[in-house]
Ligand binder design. Structure first.
Ligand SMILES: [Zn+2]
Length: 119
């Protein structure tokens, strides 16, 4: 499963940013997933839960923010969207377009539970 290896990558990123003794305090891992990034959100969440079960990240939840696919035409400036990842302008048929969003696949934030020792 493609999503399982992505979940594995997310896990590695969490391990890079959070010291081992803090891992069990991770509450949410926020991830931006573009509409046409080729990732099924449910499978990703499932994969993440599967690989964190029984580890120090057992309590961590994946918070997925879905980013809509948006393309802007460089010729007529029209901003358009579709669920297929098509980048040809529907107004002037130009392929001279730029993708504004929808290809994202990134960890944006790792949220830890409030830690009393820090205050
Ligand atoms: Zn156009």
């Amino acid at each position: 499963m493609h999503e399982l290896s992505i979940a594995q990558n997310i896990l590695e990123i969490v391990h890079q940013y959070v010291p081992a003794e803090e891992l069990e305090n991770v509450e949410f891992v926020k991830v931006k997933v573009g509409e046409v990034a080729g990732v099924v959100t449910d499978s990703l969440t499932f994969g993440f839960e599967a690989i964190t079960a029984g580890t120090s990240l057992n309590n961590a939840k994946l918070a997925v923010e879905n980013i809509p696919f948006k393309v802007q035409c460089n010729l007529c400036s029209k901003i358009f969207s579709n669920e297929f990842g098509i980048t040809i302008c529907p107004l002037c048929n130009s392929s001279n377009t730029k993708i504004l969003s929808g290809m994202e696949l990134q960890v944006t934030e790792v949220l830890l539970k409030e830690n009393e020792e820090e205050q």
